[in-house]
Design a protein around this ligand. Structure first.
Ligand SMILES: [Zn+2]
Length: 124
């Protein structure tokens, strides 16, 4: 008595009978659930990698065209996503520098950025 919660299988949603710490009907449901979770995580990694690559291409095209000064608006309009970067430097609570692989955006006044190519220090 006392325990009236009905557990359902995390995979198929069937009601579970037996021990209250049971989470799945059986090993099949457990494996199925874990496979789906892993697939989801991998999809997320692929999604982030895609954005990083797209950000890198935007910076590369600006650099190759000699556009070494940019603004947040220009970058956003080109599809740059500031939430997907490979590094950030913050000084006194303010963003000083944003990195995307071998490119850096150095923050200037008024949401302006200076684009730099970091050569060397990659070990290659
Ligand atoms: Zn199940």
């Amino acid at each position: 008595m006392g325990n009236t919660t009905i557990n359902t299988c995390k995979d198929c949603g069937e009601k579970l009978i037996g021990r209250s710490d049971k989470k799945y009907c059986n090993d099949y449901c457990r494996n199925n659930f874990n496979n789906k979770q892993n697939a989801f995580r991998f999809e997320h990694i692929k999604y982030v990698n895609r954005i990083l690559k797209s950000n890198w291409r935007i910076l590369q095209s600006l650099y190759k065209e000699g556009n070494l000064k940019s603004s947040e608006d220009i970058l956003l309009s080109m599809g740059f996503k500031f939430e997907c970067i490979t590094g950030i430097e913050v000084y006194n609570g303010k963003v000083e520098l944003i990195k995307c692989y071998n490119y850096s955006l150095v923050k200037k006044e008024g949401n302006q950025y200076a684009l730099k190519l970091n050569e060397g220090r990659t070990g290659h």
